[in-house]
Design a protein around this ligand. Structure first.
Ligand code: HMH
Length: 211
C-alpha cells in the first residue's frame, strides 16, 4: 500500500480515487438491493439509531474545538442528526420495533472510532465525518429510487439537499486539510471509515452478529 506522504496537499475527494475498491465495498452491498428479509432491515434500523447517537456525540465534541469557519457546517450536521434520531424513532414505532436493544459489536466499534476522533487533529476528524456522510450519500444514491417498500429510507439520503450538505462539508474539510499537515492521518481515518461502513452492512445482513 502506498500512502500519501507527509506534507502533501490533499483534497478529501482524492481519497475516493486512491481507494476505489475499498470505497466500493463500503458503499455497495446486497443489503442495498432491496430484496432483504424484514428482520435484516430491522437490525439495520435499530443499529443505525445507535450509530446516530454516537455521531451526535462525536460532532458535539468536534464543535467544541472547531475553528470559526467550521462551526456552521457542524451545527447544521447536529441539527440534521437530532432530527434524524426523531425520524428513526417514528419509523421504529411504525414497524413496532424496540430501540432498546444492545449495540452489535460492529456498532460499538464504529462508536469507539467516532469517539476516538476527538484525539485526532481537527482536519482529520472533520474529513472522517465527511467520509461517513459521503458513504451514505453514495450507498443510497446508488440504489435510488429503490424498492417501493424501502423508498422512504432510500430518499432520506438520496436527495439533493443531503447531496448539497455533503458537498458543503467537503469544502470545509478541504480548507481544514489545506491548512494542516495531516494528509497521512486523514487517509488512515478515511480507510477506517470505509472498513467500518462495510462491516456495518455485513452486520445488518447477518442479523446483528458477525463483525
Ligand atoms: C453506518 N453511516 C452509517 N449510518 C449513518 N446514518 C451514516 C453513515 C450517515 O449519517
Amino acid at each position: 500500500m502506498h500512502y500519501i506522504e507527509r506534507g502533501t496537499l490533499m483534497r478529501p475527494t482524492d481519497l475516493l480515487a486512491r481507494h476505489t475498491e475499498t470505497w466500493h465495498a463500503a458503499t455497495h452491498h446486497r443489503f442495498l438491493d432491496g430484496s432483504l428479509a424484514p428482520e435484516t432491515f430491522a437490525t439495520w434500523l435499530v443499529q443505525d439509531y445507535h450509530f446516530v447517537f454516537s455521531e451526535i456525540s462525536c460532532l458535539a465534541h468536534l464543535l467544541a474545538r472547531a475553528p470559526r469557519y467550521a462551526q456552521h457546517i457542524l451545527v447544521r450536521a447536529l441539527v440534521a442528526l437530532e432530527a434524524e434520531a426523531g425520524w428513526f424513532e417514528a419509523h421504529a414505532r411504525q414497524r413496532n420495533l424496540s430501540l432498546h436493544v444492545p449495540m452489535a459489536s460492529t456498532t460499538a466499534a464504529y462508536r469507539d472510532f467516532l469517539l476516538s476522533l476527538d484525539q485526532e487533529p481537527f482536519p482529520v476528524a472533520l474529513s472522517a465525518i465527511w467520509a461517513v456522510e459521503r458513504a451514505y450519500l453514495e450507498a443510497w444514491m446508488g440504489v435510488a429510487p429503490g424498492h417501493e417498500r424501502y423508498r422512504a429510507y432510500v430518499v432520506h439520503w438520496a436527495n439533493a439537499e443531503f447531496k448539497q450538505f455533503v458537498s458543503d462539508l467537503e469544502q470545509v474539510a478541504i480548507r481544514a486539510l489545506a491548512e494542516s499537515n495531516s494528509a497521512e492521518a486523514a487517509e488512515q481515518a478515511f480507510l477506517q471509515v470505509a472498513h467500518l461502513e462495510h462491516d456495518f452492512w455485513e452486520m445488518a445482513w447477518s442479523g446483528g452478529g458477525g463483525r
